[in-house]
Design a protein. Structure first.
Length: 442
């Protein structure tokens, strides 16, 4: 992720100071930097024992106690992580990506482990699933939250829950969209700035999830299944004429809803390039039309049975990839948004997959060997803090490189024009990241 210099541990110690202030206790203040350094430092395995051998010889018990059993509240550190994430990449041009990541695990006693679908594997496997929220701007992601999803086999087993130390408030069944919404509220309360929420079809197919985002005055762009129903933008509600009996008391739409893929069947598809990747421009064919979502109140419509009435206006977007595969999306972005902006917004979601991969492969997110709720979440928190530090170093390195390039260009320009350079210090101050507008209204 970043070329670590020989003094990276000193830089880490300085960067962690706000986190250590929130920890308070001196013993915890010593263990936290060791744990984070163990995650960042060399070594293939990032579980407690090998990290202790590398960074805290003879300190295994203390390091294990810190992450698995110590009596301390993780909430202040989680809040500080959000503060630092906002400093790094927050802004109205940032996106908040909702997704989940699976960690294959053997056995059945580790908290949340059960046979469930793992998107990374493309199949059902015995694993733990973490709902993730990633703040990203300019292709730089910072992981903001990781929360364990408990499948029904766990929430219905009180003995399992108690043995794994699951807090009482988390023992009731919650869907992944519900977990994500709770984390979004926490992120908004911390003042984190972002302009749009992105999510895949696992979340986007949920009408309550989309409604909840809209109720929070958030812009969103989410994947949907091809069969999700929508109405044409010019749909009207009319009074049905009763052939017999009492007059009808409720409006019905003048046209039936249709599947998203059918709505876009005759649309105009265009080749769109949304960014340049390592192998050149990334492009696909896109189409978009304004529609009404079919997620209003349910209403029986003649012999057509019960259907949902038209809901809010939204963009229905289709993507046809070079492989021929088609994907569909809904977005509540303004009606004047152009097709390239719609495409670029949708495709910005890829950044969370990169973050998941780096958290696992480089920082050992899936290396925790404990079984408890507390230990897993503390380990995940430490990996997120380590990841944020690496992104801080990456951005600082980029700024320093740009400063050197600008200074070199200025020197060359002065020589070319025959001007003498002013006699002042050559030290260049590091500029701040681009300023952004206030956070979106909650």
């Amino acid at each position: 992720m970043v070329n670590m210099t020989s003094n990276w541990e000193d830089e880490l110690a300085h960067w962690l100071e706000p986190f250590l202030d929130r920890l308070g206790h001196k013993a915890r203040q010593r263990m936290c930097p060791l744990y984070v350094a163990g995650l960042i430092g060399p070594g293939d395995r990032k579980s407690v024992q090998p990290m202790a051998e590398r960074f805290a010889p003879g300190g295994y018990d203390r390091l294990h106690h810190f992450v698995a059993a110590g009596v301390w509240d993780a909430a202040p550190l989680e809040t500080e992580l959000l503060v630092q994430a906002d400093k790094l990449v927050g802004g109205t041009d940032a996106v908040l990506v909702i997704d989940d990541t699976a960690m294959p695990k053997k056995g059945k006693h580790s908290v949340g482990v059960a046979p469930q679908y793992a998107s990374a594997l493309g199949k059902t496997a015995n694993c733990q699933t973490l709902v993730s929220l990633t703040l990203a701007r300019g292709e730089v992601p910072v992981m903001a939250a990781l929360r364990l999803f408990l499948p029904e086999s766990w929430t219905s087993d009180r003995v399992h829950l108690k043995r794994a130390g699951v807090p009482t408030e988390h023992r009731t069944a919650r869907t992944k969209p519900e977990i994500a919404l709770a984390e979004i509220d926490r992120i908004i309360a911390a003042g984190v700035r972002f302009g749009c929420v992105l999510a895949d079809a696992g979340y986007g197919m949920s009408a309550p999830f989309r409604h909840a985002l809209t109720e929070r005055s958030l812009l969103w762009a989410v994947g949907i299944p091809r069969h999700l129903k929508v109405y044409p933008i010019d749909v009207r509600l009319i009074w049905p004429i009763a052939a017999r009996g009492r007059p009808r008391r409720r409006h019905v739409p003048d046209i039936l809803s249709m599947a998203a893929e059918d709505m876009l069947a005759d649309a105009r598809w265009q080749n769109i390039s949304w960014r340049t990747g390592t192998k050149g421009k990334l492009k696909a064919r896109f189409a978009a039309v304004r529609v009404h979502t079919a997620d209003g109140p349910p209403q029986r419509i003649g012999n057509k049975g019960q259907q949902h009435l038209p809901g809010d206006e939204a963009w229905l977007i289709g993507e046809q990839r070079t492989s021929g595969e088609k994907k569909y999306y809904l977005a509540n972005l303004p009606a004047e948004t152009n097709l390239r902006t719609l495409a670029a917004t949708i495709k910005a979601r890829w950044i969370c997959e990169q973050a998941h991969q780096q958290l696992k492969e480089e920082l050992g997110l899936d290396h925790f060997e404990g079984r408890s709720w507390q230990g897993l979440h503390r380990h995940a928190l430490m990996t997120m803090i380590a990841y944020a530090f690496l992104q801080h170093s990456r951005l600082a390195s980029r700024v320093e490189k740009n400063n050197r390039r600008a200074a070199t260009s200025a020197q060359l320009a002065c020589r070319a024009t025959g001007h003498r350079q002013p006699n002042h210090s050559t030290a260049t101050a590091m500029p701040a990241l681009p300023k952004s507008a206030p956070p979106p209204a909650a």
